[in-house]
Design a protein. Sequence first.
Length: 150
Amino acid sequence: MSGETDLIKLYSSRILALAADIPHLERLENPDATVKKRSPLCGSTITVDVRTRDGRVAEFGQDVKACALGQAAAAVVGAAVIGTTRQQIETARDQLAAMLKKDGPAPDAPFDGLEVLKPARDYKNRHASIMLALDATSEAMKQAEQADCA
């Protein structure tokens, strides 16, 4: 199979549909934390705003400037993140990294929709973009918790 055919398969209709319908694209006013992450390899960026309540994501906003794979990951994260804890987000982040790098299983619910990105395992240059949404959200939750403790 040619590289071009593999790349076409990677950008499945499901991935493209997710990329076209990203939830929570409105930035939050007065968030508890804001984190911007950038993939140095491709230049994709995601900025995440969170407001927390009782250690959970109460409100979420994101600005996504990424490839279709990064957009698809942001769509899954955006659809699942409300009500989750920092631990759930960090677990999903670690499971996503293992899925991409070590052929591990898809992340646990509610982030199990990230399974759609399994075909990207063979495209290491895309991994950083796929990880942006969970990396930024995890860091934002950490910052929000630290602000609550200050």
